[in-house]
Write a protein that binds this ligand. Structure first.
Ligand code: AMP
Ligand code: GLY
Length: 428
């Protein structure tokens, strides 16, 4: 089989690597990919952008691609799967209408409420005056969210009414996130522990993937600005077997049933971002219509099954007949970022130590990298993710940081405490 992976981040490197391991796969094209995918056996980069749907369609047809797997949300929300299907091409992911679960937070809140799926109390506003009036009386702290896609930046936590009003103005009046701010969701602040629950969906059946947890804040102790994710590990001890069953019963199954009732045949990855409250209730913070980044890197590092088989089963509506087999050992990934991320940062710094992952049970997944003049250089905020398997989370953490410490460039930045909650749990 000939496969195409769309995207250029760490998630896409992990997807391409996992797919290329399949005996059934002859080659994997990645559009546009990064320096890591370029060097992967059986994998080749093609310079077509992840949002250039016409270009990707043309590529899939001329290269006679058997199956396309979409990494990021933007092409899904823009309808890449609808376009590929129309041309008779196999493409894994939800249609534009299914991808609204990520593309519109207001739609998703209404969906969750309609199907009684636990989530924070909320109100949606497309009128700024009504939104400003609401924050005069709503519960504080409160959370103001731009409705549309905002690259993970459109969520503002307000600790006072003034901050809440400023957030509404930033989103709806200043248009800090462009059209994503046509509407806002204002919701109650939830406390608890966050976890990610990802699954493959075939419209009907749900195949849960290994659980995981990421660290969204930039600095140690979960301090500092929010980022796309500074590290992740799998499994997430907060989702033990009983909690996983609760998440399936209270979130995942009602979601797929609700989608079906709405006439939505959702096929693809589905990611539920959850807040597990002190009351033990798993509440939905957000849905993503794709795998998480960096969660995908440790999750797929543990996958023993053939990912192509799982994806094909989902496309054929046969997910109920397959299971996923996981390495019992935990995996932990540390993101190596460019100093300054998520604000401004340098690009083009030469990276050294990239051959440090020749040992077993460790792997450097690339994200913002490219090759210039024989060197691998930084080309984004999140540059690499160093992943290791270990006998415990603590062991995986030690091994991952040993790998991190062999890699360097000017201004490399990492958190030093990825996995600290899980490690603390192992010590009690
Ligand atoms: P989202 O993109 O909706 O997941 O929001 C990004 C991050 O903001 C989440 O990972 C949480 O850390 C935080 N967040 C979002 N909604 C809430 C909420 N209702 N209460 C507390 N934190 C939240
Ligand atoms: N790591 C969070 C996300 O992928 O949305």
């Amino acid at each position: 089989m000939k496969l195409l992976v769309v995207g250029s981040g760490g998630r896409e490197h992990a997807l391409a690597w996992a797919l290329a391991k399949s005996d059934r796969v002859e080659s994997v094209l990645v559009a546009p990919g990064n320096a890591g995918t370029a060097n992967e056996p059986k994998v080749e980069n093609i310079p077509v952008g992840a949002e250039d749907i016409d270009g990707l369609l043309e590529l899939a047809r001329t290269a006679q691609i058997d199956l396309t797997v979409i990494g990021p949300e933007a092409p899904l929300v823009a309808g890449i799967v609808d376009r590929f299907k129309k041309h008779g091409l196999k493409c894994f992911g939800p249609t534009a209408s299914g991808a609204r679960l990520e593309g519109s937070k207001a739609y998703t809140k209404d969906f969750l409420q309609r199907y009684k799926i636990p989530t924070a109390g909320y109100a949606n506003f497309s009128d700024i005056d009504a939104a400003l009036k609401h924050v005069e009386t709503c519960n504080i702290p409160t959370v103001v969210k731009a409705d549309g896609l905002a690259a993970g930046k459109g969520v503002l936590i307000a600790h006072t009414r003034e901050e809440a009003a400023a957030a509404v103005n930033l989103v709806m009046s200043d248009r800090a996130f462009g059209e994503a701010g046509n509407e806002v969701v204002i919701e109650d602040f939830l406390s608890g522990e966050e976890a990610s629950f990802m699954a493959i969906i075939d419209g009907d059946d749900i195949l849960p993937l290994a659980t995981s947890q990421d660290h969204k804040a930039r600095d140690d102790g979960d301090q500092g600005p929010n980022t796309g994710g500074m590290g992740a590990y799998s499994p997430a001890p907060v989702i033990d077997e009983a909690m996983a069953e609760r998440v399936m019963a209270e979130v995942m199954r009602p979601t797929v049933e609700g989608l079906k009732q709405d006439g939505e045949h959702y096929t693809g990855f589905l990611y539920a971002g959850l807040m597990i409250g002190d009351d033990g209730v798993p509440r939905v913070l957000e849905f993503n219509c794709r795998m998480g980044d960096p969660e995908t890197q440790p999750i797929l590092f543990r996958l023993k099954s053939d990912l192509v088989d799982l994806i094909e089963a989902a496309l054929d509506g046969e997910l109920g007949n397959v299971t996923a087999d996981w390495d019992a050992r935990p995996a932990l990934g540390v993101v190596l970022a460019a100093g300054g991320y998520p604000d401004s940062y340098n690009k083009g710094d030469v990276i050294s130590g990239l051959d440090a992952d020749s040992a077993d049970n460790v792997k450097i997944f690339h994200a913002g990298t490219k090759t210039t003049g024989g060197n691998t250089v930084t080309n984004g905020g999140r540059v690499l993710c160093a992943v290791a398997l270990g006998d415990s989370v603590a062991d995986a953490q030690t091994r991952a940081y040993n790998l991190v410490d062999k890699i360097s460039w000017d201004n490399v930045y990492t958190r030093r405490d990825i996995g600290y909650r899980a490690v603390a749990r192992e010590h009690v």
